[in-house]
Design a protein around this ligand. Structure first.
Ligand SMILES: [Zn+2]
Length: 72
């Protein structure tokens, strides 16, 4: 379940590493590039979603790197 979710996030180009434990059965991943997150719950309540967050829904947008030369 967690591995599967991570693979989806990775396939969208996100730069994610380890799951952060948010407490209870809740885990989160944050993309180091675009700061989008995904959260999963291992045992969601009937009114809760199992997987949520922008990182599973949208592709990663890499931050624009600053140019080395700054001419005024
Ligand atoms: Zn990203």
């Amino acid at each position: 379940m967690m591995e599967e979710t991570k693979n989806i996030v990775l396939s969208r180009g996100h730069n994610v590493k380890n799951w952060q434990v948010l407490g209870n059965d809740c885990y989160a991943l944050e993309c180091a590039d675009c700061k989008k997150t995904v959260m999963i719950k291992e045992r969601p309540l009937p009114n809760e979603i199992k997987v949520g967050g922008e990182a599973v829904a949208v592709n990663c947008v890499k931050p624009v790197k600053e140019k080395k030369l700054r001419k005024k």
